[in-house]
Design a protein around this ligand. Structure first.
Ligand SMILES: [Zn+2]
Length: 808
């Protein structure tokens, strides 16, 4: 290894003197990371070229870098392109995001009106013409260049466990492209907020430094272990005016159309595979393509069309191991190409004992597009080879199942384009049920032996650890949920669903036509108590299967491309579980349904160990950005699932009608699913769908828009309080008279809401009397004769079905 690295240094040296020679040498295949142009970028240092700058402002979208005075030292050119500089001097950076929600989020983080960072040191990496701009504005200078800050940046990107991003390979993309690049990254040694700040702007989506924020192009993050987070993220400012600033924007390097994956997993969990990936170029000049592949899956070789070996990049598994492939030539926009990757590794799947396996590389066990997420759909052909006697459950339809030697070989084909592919396997037993309407094959997979970690529990509880006897329950739940959700949301493009047991105890996951259920959801309450899992009895175990089944609609059929829209995936799945509880336990009345919504409200409103209520941490559309060391690392979970669910519940309740019940709501949801099947939907897409079907009563602004509602609950953090004072009198002709006063408080003056009033009748029935329309902090007082009612009601209640998310 050491010898190899030394040899590379020699190549780099040669190249810096003979640029044209390097151009010829590049594209040659061989060992990973051996491309000479890449090596030049990997080992880049300052060239000695420097300029003195005074009062120079670099405007990069919403950021203004004011360089009052100092020296800018450039890095050595690669392929004639200068891709970086180190600034030493006096400067500051002012960030003014184009979105109000971003400005207020920054304000919350800094407790100041303006984000202005000061620095004496700045490391820049770019492909956007910064070199020419700075050089033009500066005066030639010499000496005094310190390469230390550049080296620190390179080390942080490679080894800092908060970052591990191969920026050299990202820069290579633009250096090898015949088209001009647009990347700008600033490593800011801030003196005021943090000395580990990065501002980045990339036309193909900002780099996934802390978490993916693409397709947004601009971000400001800190990677300090004690203050890690995304401070701001947004589209290019101009995109907000020309209408392309959406979560479904396609600005990626490629779009993958088809994956053919031939995967072998051995008894010891070693995985080896051959992946043929067909894709189309997203812009002119695509030469280097970033893929997402789990770091321990080591690439052996990559071949192009016609079998020619291709050069690729994959650094050490403990470093910035991002997988990039260098194509033999630059593609033009919409041009198709296909590569074949052979790779293998040990730690992508874990052997949990007794024929239980757990896929650790959940969605990166094959090379997907690194900038993609649950909104990029591809077709899949999968072949799995696992030890004979074991069972495989994968996404798609099972085309064949054979034994070849000591392997069980199954072939799967996607029924519709999928945002992701996954699998579950082991010594499993299978049970199946065929549904008639809709036509669906539902199956359950469980392992009769517990994984190693559950061994301590054996003994008297051993009998109850067998999950086989419990298989019938997920089978029944899936059957019921598919029928119910099809009625509410419309049919799926899928034909089957496998409910499989996974050895991770406390979470489930959904795939197209496949669900992983946590093994602990198969256990009874006694075993779960032994495992210390009583927390889940708040309702988690009851809804985990219906929640995951609902993701077939929310996430798999209708996709969500951006973190800003993820609240719909999780929230709608949680909401669907409420429909399940309402219908499945209907004979018990609304008890399960109401206690579900009470629990959801508690998650949103209870203070976490950091002293924050999830609702105050920020709006739903900040998604996983809300998790940080200050407000808590589970605050997003406590917000987007339950509050996302509440948003849809409130819409359902507003649309509910005494005569037609849920008809209008069902029409809305079915229209939404039909319109966005097989592609990504955004929050604005959903809002437009609600506006298309909203009732007259919901039009509180009189403009056929739902801005009032979305601004309060989706883009905002409003939480009203309500009070009902009432009495019943005898009216003149013996008709009971209902006198009431509803008060709304703790809100802005612009806050509107429809607040339903329910009566519990003398015979115990609950009826909806109507909805009070309230604005700001105000009250409504009325006397209503209860015509046709002989006896006085027992009581009056607001929001009986938790119709409005409000303080309890
Ligand atoms: Zn979920």
């Amino acid at each position: 290894m050491r010898i190899f690295l030394k040899a590379m240094k020699v190549v780099a040296l040669v190249c810096s003197f003979a640029i044209s020679l390097c151009a010829f040498a590049s594209g040659g295949a061989g060992a990973p990371n051996s491309d000479p142009v890449y090596q030049q970028l990997r080992n880049i240092t300052l060239s000695g070229e420097a300029v003195a700058v005074t009062d120079l402002t670099l405007k990069r979208d919403a950021a203004n870098f004011h360089l009052h005075s100092g020296t800018m030292c450039f890095v050595a050119p690669v392929q004639g392109k200068v891709t970086g500089a180190v600034f030493i001097g006096e400067g500051n950076m002012v960030l003014n995001p184009p979105l109000a929600v971003e400005r207020s989020s920054l304000k919350l983080l800094t407790r100041e009106d303006e984000f202005a960072e000061h620095f004496n040191k700045l490391v820049l990496r770019f492909t956007d013409g910064s070199y020419e701009e700075i050089k033009r504005a500066g005066a030639a200078a010499s000496g005094g260049c310190d390469a230390g800050p550049l080296r620190d940046t390179q080390n942080a990107l490679r080894h800092d466990r908060m970052l591990k991003y191969n920026l050299d390979a990202r820069i290579l993309q633009d250096v090898m492209s015949p088209e001009p690049g647009g990347l700008f990254v600033a490593f800011i040694h801030g003196k005021k907020y943090n000395d580990k700040e990065i501002f980045a702007s990339d036309p193909h989506g900002a780099p996934p430094l802390i978490m993916p924020v693409a397709p947004e192009e601009v971000e400001l993050i800190t990677y300090d272990e004690n203050r890690i987070g995304v401070w701001a993220s947004f589209h290019y400012s101009s995109e907000y005016t020309n209408g392309v600033a959406t979560g479904s924007q396609k600005n990626g390097v490629i779009h993958i159309e088809h994956q053919e994956l031939d995967t072998t997993i051995e008894k010891n969990a070693n995985l080896s595979a051959k992946a043929t990936t067909g894709f189309v170029a997203g812009y002119n000049g695509v030469r280097v393509v970033p893929f997402n592949l789990y770091r321990t899956l080591r690439v052996q070789d990559v071949t192009g069309e016609g079998g020619q070996p291709l050069s690729f990049i994959q650094e050490d598994k403990n470093d910035d191991a991002d997988f990039y492939v260098i194509l033999p030539r630059a593609l033009s926009r919409d041009e198709k190409y296909s590569i074949t990757t052979r790779y293998a590794g040990k730690e992508a799947v874990s052997n949990e004992g007794n024929g239980n396996y757990f896929p650790i590389a959940r969605d990166d066990w094959y090379p997907g597009y690194a900038g993609g997420s649950l909104g990029d759909y591809s077709s899949y052909d999968l072949t799995f080879r696992i030890p004979k006697g074991m069972k495989m459950a994968a996404t798609g339809s099972l085309m064949s199942e054979n034994t070849e030697g000591n392997q069980s070989v199954t072939v799967w084909k996607s029924d519709a384009p999928q945002p992701v592919a996954g699998f579950q396997f082991g010594n499993m037993k299978v049970e199946e049920v065929k549904l008639a309407a809709p036509q669906f094959l539902v199956s359950a997979y469980a392992n009769d032996s517990p994984p190693d970690w559950a061994h301590g529990l054996q003994g008297e509880t051993m009998g109850s650890l067998s999950t086989i006897v419990m298989m019938k329950q997920p089978l029944r739940e899936a059957q019921f949920a598919i029928g119910l959700y099809t009625d509410f949301f419309g049919p799926l493009p899928f034909k089957r669903l496998a409910m499989t047991q996974q050895t991770a105890c406390n979470y489930g996951q959904s795939w197209p036509e496949l669900v992983w259920l946590p093994i602990c959801s198969f256990y009874d309450t006694t075993v779960r108590h032994q495992l210390g899992l009583d927390w889940g009895d708040r309702g988690y175990w009851k809804v985990v299967a219906p929640h995951e089944v609902a993701h077939q609609w929310w996430g798999q059929d209708v996709g969500f491309n951006s973190y800003r829209d993820q609240w719909m995936s999780e929230g709608f799945a949680d909401f669907s579980a409420s429909l399940f509880l309402q219908s499945a336990y209907a004979q018990k009345g609304p008890k399960e349904f109401i206690s579900f919504w009470d629990d959801e409200r508690k998650s949103i409103l209870e203070k976490n160990p950091q002293g924050y209520r999830a609702i105050d941490a920020g709006p739903l559309t900040l998604g996983y950005r809300l998790n940080n060391s200050r407000t808590g690392v589970s605050v997003t979970r406590d917000l987007i699932y339950p509050k996302g669910a509440y948003v849809l519940h409130m819409i359902r309740m507003m649309m509910w009608d005494r005569r037609s019940g849920d008809d209008n709501f069902k029409t809305t949801m079915q229209d939404f699913v039909r319109t966005f099947a097989g592609r990504a939907a955004t929050t604005e897409d959903f809002k437009a769908m609600v506006e298309k079907h909203m009732t007259k009563e919901m039009d509180l602004d009189g403009n056929q828009r739902m801005d009032w509602f979305f601004n309060q609950y989706v883009y905002g953090t409003a939480l009203p309080s309500y009070k009902l004072d009432y009495s019943f009198d005898n009216g003149a002709d013996g008709v009971p008279l209902f006198n009431f006063k509803v008060t709304q408080s703790s809100v802005d003056e612009s806050f509107h809401m429809l607040v339903p009033i329910y009566l519990e009748l003398a015979d115990g029935r609950i009826v909806n009397l109507g909805r009070a329309r309230l604005s700001g902090n105000s009250s409504i007082e009325q006397k209503v004769p209860l015509k046709g009612m002989k006896d006085r009601p027992r009581r009056a209640v607001l929001n009986y079905y938790d119709d409005v998310l409000a303080s309890p």
